[in-house]
Design a protein around this ligand. Structure first.
Ligand code: DC
Length: 231
């Protein structure tokens, strides 16, 4: 795969909830001096903003009107996210926001809107973009794609740890909610969570974060050395 354009490197990292994509992606981006773009935070913030505006999250038409009035801003340096000038960075990390995001992300109108925004952010390259559909839909021509996976149990444990800083949630509650979100992410009609044919699949069940980061960096390095991509 030879690079056709002169843009910078695009690294796509996809995978199910709780797998540790955000931590890994942030660390890889830091190491390679690339921008880190967390697309999940956009679905989360948009869902919260729609709720605040009293929009019915199940109503495509209402969501369409809402999206046409919305300005979303993701700051890659700080990772902060705001919608129509309101900062949702902290509330976006809660379990409630995750649930709402999982619902809103099944809607075509919302996906079209956010995918357009994400393409704009990443088109110049030099990014690590993380989500569910980056390698399949947002940047099918990404230079290198990873699909991180792990057992349900391992992911529930990681999610629980992640949520510890944002509020109280029990193991059973987190595990059940993750299962429901997995189902929604994988079964939705528009851009379901699937592994891109050319993605490097990494089962992280038995791996620590550092080990996953090392593996990802090694694969990128090998790809760069093979001359198929330029940094
Ligand atoms: O990665 P996350 O848990 O922050 O994502 C929250 C929800 O947003 C998740 O249930 C699925 C959705 N999502 C998506 O559909 N596509 C993306 N690129 C990122 C997130």
């Amino acid at each position: 795969m030879k690079r056709k354009t002169k843009r910078g490197l695009i690294v796509a990292i996809d995978g199910p909830g709780g797998v540790g994509k955000s931590t890994v992606s942030r660390m890889v981006a830091e190491k390679l001096h690339l921008k880190y773009i967390n697309t999940g935070s956009m679905y989360r913030a948009l869902a919260l903003a729609a709720m605040d505006a009293g929009v019915d999250l199940e109503n495509e038409e209402a969501l369409k009107v809402f999206c046409s009035t919305v300005e979303i801003e993701f700051d890659a340096d700080s990772g902060r996210i705001s919608v129509n000038g309101r900062d949702y960075s902290d509330t976006a990390r809660t379990q409630k926001a995750g649930e709402l995001a999982s619902i809103i992300s099944t809607k075509k109108t919302v996906r079209d809107f956010l995918v357009g925004y994400q393409r704009g952010l990443g088109e110049g390259g030099s990014v690590v973009m993380e989500g569910r559909d980056i390698g399949t839909v947002v940047f099918p021509d990404a230079d290198i794609k990873f699909f991180l996976d792990a057992s349900h149990e391992a992911r529930a444990k990681r999610r629980l740890l992640e949520l510890a800083s944002t509020g109280k949630a029990g193991h059973v509650e987190v595990s059940n909610e993750l299962r429901e979100r997995d189902r929604r992410d994988r079964e939705r009609v528009v851009s379901p969570l699937t592994v891109a044919a050319d993605a490097i699949r990494v089962d992280t069940t038995e791996m620590g974060v550092e080990e996953v980061v090392r593996k990802v960096l090694k694969e990128i390095d090998a790809r760069l050395k093979s001359g198929n991509i330029r940094s």
